[in-house]
Design a protein around this ligand. Structure first.
Ligand code: 6PG
Length: 248
């Protein structure tokens, strides 16, 4: 694994960097580019900038998945799909089969299985697991990422959920405060990616970033789910604005 930390003066320059990275990846030799989008609020401005890029040839290579989804219908304001569709996917020419939506309206256990099969059917595999070209992630102030939340009892460890030990592609999770069901990629699949980039902005994330980075090396792995993202044969990037990096 190689790890890169980039601190940007502000969110706008972070958005520009992520956009340039994607354009460079799509301009490469690659025929099909499998990207997992992050949910939450941070990536909205990134997706809005991508919507301004009118290059059908480039976009024709991209297949969009999600790292996680709330178990709500696609027209629900809580839906990660709805946010990305309205900000970006609805504004560029794209075939329907390039958008791989997690069906938040479906039975969670059945959808976790279905979506895992869809990912396996579309992605190349290494180490017996599907390999994304790029996974975008955020970090919650509790150290969660995607919808992998710290154990409710012990705020720092992953819950003892069988799927997180077994090598499933997707898992059903539950938000510890709201109880909302979620579908999430599992840690083994995240750690099988070619590139994983955390997008973290704002001073409210400074403390969790500090805590994740204050334990170097293996110590980090005993803490928050976000600290357990270590793509074994890939690149890990932390894209932070100065506010989120202010305690480093
Ligand atoms: C979700 C995300 C989640 C998010 C973090 C950060 O579905 O909410 O996948 O992991 O990335 O909670 O969210 P913000 O970007 O809104 O701070």
């Amino acid at each position: 694994m190689s790890e890169e930390i980039a601190v940007f003066e502000n969110k706008s320059s972070l958005v520009d960097a992520v956009t340039i990275d994607l354009m460079n990846d799509l301009k490469g030799e690659i025929e099909k580019y499998n990207l997992a989008l992050s949910g939450g609020n941070t990536p909205r401005t990134i997706y809005e900038q991508w919507a301004t890029i009118r290059d059908d040839t480039l976009w024709s290579k991209a297949h969009f998945f999600w790292g996680d989804e709330r178990c709500v219908p696609p027209d629900d304001n809580d839906s990660n799909y709805k946010m990305a569709y309205e900000a970006f996917l609805s504004k560029i020419n794209m075939k329907e089969n390039q958008i791989h939506r997690i069906r938040g309206e479906a039975d969670p256990e059945m959808e976790a299985k279905r979506y895992g099969d869809e990912i396996r059917n579309h992605l190349p595999a290494i180490n017996g697991l599907p390999r994304f070209d790029w996974i975008l992630l955020g970090v919650g102030t509790d150290g969660h990422t995607a919808s992998l939340f710290p154990n409710a009892e012990n705020k720092k460890k992953l819950p003892e959920v069988p799927s997180l030990r077994e090598v499933d592609v997707c898992v059903v999770a539950q938000h510890p405060q709201t109880g909302q069901k979620r579908i999430s990629l599992t840690l083994p699949v995240i750690n099988n990616a070619k590139k994983v980039t955390f997008l973290v902005t704002g001073d409210e994330k400074a403390q969790i970033v500090h805590e994740i980075f204050s334990h170097s090396g293996e110590n980090k792995s005993s803490d928050y789910p976000a600290a357990q993202v270590k793509p074994k044969s890939g690149i890990l990037q932390w894209y932070l604005d100065e506010a989120a990096a202010s305690l480093l």
